[in-house]
Design a protein. Structure first.
Length: 127
């Protein structure tokens, strides 16, 4: 791989990590005052008794993650090819999750992060 492609991938990964951490801190910070029993379990599935406690947006994010995990990703043994394949999948999933957030979220800060991440991921997927 060209060094500029690797630098771009590294910068994109750093941006993704920063956005993920920001979103996580924001989400957990806003829920810290809720009693634990009032929070829906992270593993609720559509059709579960607790699933109706999830918002449509949360269920969509969960569906996207499960769909991504279910797709096979055979390894070639070539670290460069495997890295590129795995990062492409990761970016495709992040792109879909950004779309879901933009559809369901009313938080301007997270919407801005999702838009920035979507633009960065889209550029990386094309490469």
């Amino acid at each position: 791989m060209k060094s500029t492609t690797l630098m771009t991938a590294a910068a994109s990964m750093a941006l993704g990590v920063a956005m993920s951490l920001t979103a996580s801190v924001w989400a957990h910070g806003n829920r810290a005052s809720e009693p634990a029993q009032a929070r829906p379990p992270a593993t609720a599935q559509p059709g579960d008794r607790m699933a109706d406690m999830h918002s449509p947006g949360s269920m969509e994010l969960h569906r996207i993650m499960e769909e991504s995990k279910a797709r096979p990703m055979p390894m070639t043994g070539d670290v460069d090819k495997d890295f590129a394949t795995m990062m492409t999948r990761h970016h495709q999933t992040a792109f879909k999750m950004s779309d879901a957030l933009l559809k369901y979220s009313k938080n301007d800060g997270l919407r801005a992060l999702a838009s920035q991440m979507k633009a960065a991921q889209q550029e990386d997927i094309r490469k």
